[in-house]
Each structure stands twice: as C-alpha cells, then as structure tokens.
Design a binder for this molecule. Structure first.
Ligand code: PMP
Length: 413
C-alpha cells in the first residue's frame, strides 16, 4: 500500500500541488508559528469571535452544565437543551420555521442533499460551488449539472431542458469561498419558481457577515425566507465556534431527522459548543459595529490594493471579507522571455508571493488549481473584525514590497 501512495505523493510534489499544514499557537489573527509571530489574513473568523473571552466563558459554562461531549447521536440521548435552544435561535436568525444542527458544514451538505435527491434526480450547481456540495451530490447518486457562475439565465435555460418529471435542486453558495462574490438570490429564486425547482443556498461565508443583523446573504438582499427551500449555515466561520445547521420548513427538518444518514449515525455536536454559540448569536446581533468595522477594512483594502494592477496582480470584484488577488499571466514568464514559459508559472508565483509575505511576518494562502481554474492562481486574503487599520497598513506595505521585488524581471521583462 505504502509504495502505491508514495508514488501518488511524489506526483503531487512534482506538480507543485503538495499541500502543507502549519501548527499554530495563540489566538488568531495573531498566531505564532515556526517560532515567529504571524499576522494572519487567511482565517474565516470574520467577526473575530473565535478568540472572544465571552465565548470561552460560555464554553466552560456549557461544559459544566451539559458536558464537553454529546455522548450519543441526537436520536439516542445526545440532544440537549443547549442544542434545542441553539436550533430555535438559528431558525430565528435565518427567518426559517426550523433549523437542525450538524457537526460540520461538510456533513450538513451531505445530509441534506442525500435526503432530498436520489438516482433519478438532478442537482444543478453554480460552477463555483463548494466541494462539499459536489460530494453530497455524488453521495445522493443524483445527476450533477452545472450552470455558469452567478448566471441565473443560464440556470433557467438548463432547467427548461430538464425533463419535467425529474426532481431538481438548484444549489448555490451565498458567498463564493474562492472568489468572494455573492449569488443573486432573487434571480435564482425566480428561475426556480418558473421551473418548479427547489432552491438551496449554502451561506457558510455570508452568515453573521451580511445583512443588518448578520442574517446572511438572504437578509442582505431582502429576499423572503420562504423563497429559499433550504439554507445551510456554518458555525465555524463568523460565529467563531464549530458545527453547522440546515434551516427551512418544519417538514424539511422533520424529514432530515427521519431520513438523513449523516444526521442519524453520528455523535451530536458538543453541547458545550452549542451553548457557546448562543453567546456568538447575542454578539452577532448586539454588536453591529463589528460588521461596520469589517466593511471599513474591506473598503480600505480594495482602495489601496487596486494599485497592484500595475504589477499584473488583480483584485477580483468582491464586496465581502474574502479578497482574492489573482496573479496575472506575465508572472508565468521566465525573466526575459516574452511568452509563458510553462503551464503553472503563475502557480509558482502565487507560492513565491505567499512565502515572501510569510517571511515578513504575515500570512495568507496561495490558492492554485485544482481548487481554482488553471491560470487563476491567487493570493486569498480574508479580513476580520479582529484586524485593526494598522494591521491592514502592515499587510499592504509587506504586499507591495514583495510584489515589487518579485516582479522585477517578471511583468516588465
Ligand atoms: N460550505 C462552504 C461554502 C464552505 O466554504 C465550507 C468550509 N470552508 C463548508 C461548506 C464546510 O463547512 P465546515 O468547515 O463546517 O465543514
């Protein structure tokens, strides 16, 4: 077995796709890693709640009252009052009748799609949907179709060609995790209503961040909750804890409890975490200034990083805390060459830029194919309410320095 795996690993290294993980200590965005301080711009802790002492306190209190672990699945004896209260509050936040907790967003997506669809059915996905949504479709055994990114007309045209007797679920991220842009939910809902399809939105990156009360993409766009049949949200991003939920009608949640294998056959989310997440929800609603501070950081980053265009580094049009900077084609040329030297040249450049940022005490991730399409390797910065304007000044200064240094002999050569 090991020799087979070793050959696969060697190929992964050769293609420069070998993934590394770092061990951190301390609380983000100020981590220590490899013996040095790192100011991180790569976590999904958008509101800065993961390190909030009030959550740590609530977690301890939750552990004392309900235990650290659920001890069993929800349907055996693992469903506590902490879970029950959290489900009600999440239903309230999303404007839905009811919500159901899962231990992760990955699992929630598996759980809902595998319950709604079978072999005769179709899941029609936005082309840039999260991997867990695609895996969920495979688990359901349903036919996987895709529509052009954020293109509701294309979605409608594809719906029109599907046989009327097939059940169809249109699936979209609310905020797209690699591009940071936002789905137009009204346009998608109109197409679903016209073609009698169901609409599912995975709002992992919108919940807590978008909308006046942090109710997510739907709230920000003023869409009535009943127009979205299924909403998935995660607790491990803006809410600063861990876990996820599905929200929708009474009947949807009842069906998930009865039929969703990824819900039934697993230990419940830690009740202590469920209890702590109630405090997150108080903060999400009670401290809107976190969202306004985050908005001011996003505006500043976009204003100032736009100047990197001259070095062939391009901000994507994202209004959210996910701010990707795409490495342009000139970075794929060897110094002095007028043509692209090799496929993946900009992958190497993205890695080199990320390494230079790290050497200077900051931290962002380089995202490369196959996670994103060929030729669109990027640095993906994520901003958080835990960052200060000074933190951002530091990042921008380090980023401009690294880009100028590494591009000499690059874009202009
Ligand atoms: N959906 C989306 C859009 C995501 O970005 C992620 C995680 N990055 C997930 C689902 C999975 O959530 P979790 O990390 O809770 O498993």
């Amino acid at each position: 077995m090991d020799s087979v795996l070793a050959a696969r690993l060697a190929r992964q290294r050769q293609r420069q796709r070998y993934r590394q993980r770092a061990t951190t200590t301390g609380i983000g965005p100020r981590f220590r890693r490899d013996g040095g301080e790192r100011l991180a711009f790569c976590s999904n802790d958008y509101l800065g709640l993961a390190g909030d002492p009030r959550l740590a306190e609530a977690l301890t209190e939750g552990a004392r009252r309900f235990g650290t672990g659920g001890g069993a699945s929800h349907l055996v004896c693992g469903h506590s009052e902490a879970h029950e209260r959290l489900e009600s509050r999440l239903a309230e936040l999303t404007g839905c009748s009811r919500a159901l907790l899962f231990s992760s967003g990955y699992q929630a997506n598996l759980g809902v799609i595998s319950t709604l669809l079978g072999r005769r059915d179709v899941a029609l996905h936005d082309r840039l949907n999260h991997a867990s949504l695609l895996d969920a479709t495979r688990l359901a055994g349903a036919r996987l179709e895709r529509f052009a990114h954020r293109d509701a007309d294309d979605c409608g045209q594809r719906l029109a060609t599907l046989a009327a007797n097939r059940r169809t679920l249109v699936v979209s991220d609310g905020v797209f995790s690699m591009d940071g842009d936002v789905a137009d939910l009204d346009d998608l809902a109109v197409q679903c209503e016209r073609h009698r399809a169901w609409l599912m939105v995975d709002d992992a990156h919108g919940l807590g961040v978008l909308g006046d009360e942090g109710g997510g993409t739907r709230q920000a766009q003023g869409i009535a909750p009943c127009r979205i049949a299924v909403t998935v949200g995660t607790l491990g991003k803006a809410l600063g804890t861990q876990g996820a939920f599905v929200a929708g009608s009474e009947t949807l949640i009842d069906a998930l409890i009865q039929f969703s294998r990824p819900y039934i056959y697993t230990t419940s989310l830690s009740p202590a975490l469920a209890w702590a997440t109630l405090t997150s929800l108080d903060i999400v609603r009670g401290e809107p200034e976190r969202r306004s501070h985050l908005a001011s950081l996003i505006a500043k980053f976009r204003r100032e990083a736009a100047g990197l265009r001259e070095l062939d580094l391009h901000l994507m049009p994202s209004p959210t805390p996910i701010q990707p900077l795409v490495v342009g084609p000139s970075w794929g040329r060897a110094p002095g060459e007028g043509r692209a030297s090799e496929r993946g040249g900009n992958e190497a450049a993205a890695l080199a830029l990320a390494a230079a940022l790290q050497d200077a005490g900051t931290w962002c991730s380089a995202i490369r194919p196959p996670t994103v399409p060929e030729g669109t390797s990027r640095l993906r910065f994520t901003l958080s309410a835990a960052h200060t304007h000074d933190d951002l000044d530091r990042l921008l200064s380090v980023l401009f320095d690294a880009a100028r240094r590494l591009s000499s002999g690059g874009p202009s050569a």
